[in-house]
Design a protein around this ligand. Structure first.
Ligand code: FAD
Length: 377
């Protein structure tokens, strides 16, 4: 430790869903922490990404006394009956009761904005514009986090800086194993200024999977399955709306498209999720097929397990939960990856057979039939 260093218990690198949730949970447990976020507040509060939280995530936030983070938003509960268009025919999802209760449609930037407001309101130390973060001494009892404006020594570092962050790359080569799987197709993902009504419509069609999911009262994200080597240039706005209407089998409301990107579908898991005093969480440790819409929920799960582990260590001198952090999270991550692969296959293979062939299409159709029912039911 350098004499000039600040001191705290936990430095959280990254102020996304994972880092902010961890910050709030630690704050509520009385554990000193500093959250370092590379970008400006205005930027992270407007960054559009995911939009669904599972029932467990909603319940978890309520249990930590921050239910307001999901209750103040422009979306709605995700337990309403939503249509699935199969070859242009309207069907309905079979809704099994979720033991955790209803999930929520909440645009990610709204959840982030709410968590920032709660953390700062309750006296949290969140530093925006923290550039050039570097992690040192992770295999010692007092790691150190340097950034452009200073250095902080601490007991634990939480790497919550997303898939492209610096935390994971601070781990020595060869320590982590990367397990990854490519589905072999991509989504053209378009952020539009057109509301989704109802909140989520999906379609299985021989032209490929399609979806339109709410991102607030006046915005939705459109997803269209496409080859991985497609580029945004292949998808002018007119083609996006035409293709959506074709795959839905009905006319769709059209409007401005703010951004477009081609996202290859894949799953990635880094193992273990801990190195010395550094724990990885959220996208820094794993990516899940967006078909499952579980990226935010997994990030929250990691944050809760880590918060409880740190509290047990610091307050009760009990290292057990923190030592089990990686195993506990990975068990959950693999369980959710399995569900995500199953769901992604069912929704894609059952439509456009050009990727996986007719045999897989029929298998996927059989699986799909277990998920849906006639709309009249
Ligand atoms: C375009 C896009 C669309 C998505 N759509 C969906 C979806 O529809 N459904 C779904 O479930 N999931 C979706 N996801 C995934 C979901 O958004 C993530 O799983 C979720 O954001 C994970 O949260 P996180 O906090 O781990 O990471 P992030 O949200 O990436 O947060 C990481 C934070 O760390 C900061 N940071 C990065 N590097 C540094 C650094 N060096 N120093 C300090 N801070 C740093 C970043 O600015 C960011 O604020 C999408 C992701 C993307 C990128």
């Amino acid at each position: 430790m350098n004499q000039a260093d600040e001191k705290t218990t936990v430095v959280v690198v990254g102020g996304g869903v994972a880092g902010l949730a961890l910050g709030v949970f630690l704050q509520r447990s009385g554990i000193p922490c500093v959250v370092l976020e590379k970008h400006r507040r205005e930027y992270v509060e407007q960054r559009q990404r995911a939009g669904s939280l599972d029932g467990r995530g909603v319940r978890m936030l309520r249990e930590w006394g921050v239910g307001e983070a999901v209750e103040e938003h422009g979306g709605g509960p995700s337990d309403v009956v939503l249509p699935l268009m199969v070859d242009g025919e309207r069907r309905a999802w079979r809704m099994d009761a979720d033991e955790d209760g209803a999930g929520a449609f909440i645009p990610q930037q709204v959840l982030v904005r709410n968590l920032i407001r709660i953390f700062l309101r309750d006296g949290g130390d969140l530093r925006f514009g923290a550039e050039d973060v570097a992690l040192e001494g992770l295999d010692t009892e007092q790691p150190r986090v340097r950034y452009r404006d200073g250095a902080i020594s601490c007991e634990f570092v939480a790497g919550a800086d997303g898939f492209q962050g610096v935390s994971r790359s601070a781990i020595p080569d060869g320590f982590l194993t990367c397990h990854s799987y490519e589905f072999g197709y991509a989504w053209l993902s378009a952020m539009t200024d057109v509301p989704a009504d109802p909140a989520a419509v999906m379609a299985v069609h021989s032209r490929g999977f399609a979806a339109q999911i709410t991102r607030g009262p006046n915005a939705s994200r459109v997803y269209l399955q496409c080859p991985v080597d497609d580029t945004v240039g292949d998808w002018p706005d007119e083609r996006v709306w035409d293709e959506l209407a074709e795959r839905f089998g009905m006319p769709v409301a059209r409007g401005p498209i703010a951004t477009k990107q081609v996202v290859p579908l894949r799953g990635v898991v880094f193992s273990p999720m801990r190195y010395g005093r550094l724990c990885l969480l959220g996208d820094a440790a794993h990516l899940i097929s967006p078909m499952s819409a579980e990226g935010m929920s997994l990030a929250l799960h990691d944050a809760e397990v880590l918060a409880k582990g740190i509290v047990a260590q610091v307050e009760k001198d009990d290292p057990g939960p923190l030592e089990g952090y990686s195993d506990t999270c990975l068990a959950h991550v693999w369980e959710r990856q399995a569900a995500a692969v199953w769901m992604t296959d069912a929704m894609h293979d059952s439509g456009d057979a050009s990727y996986r062939g007719e045999f897989r299409k029929q298998v996927a159709r059989a699986n799909l039939e277990n998920l849906v029912q006639p709309e009249s039911a």
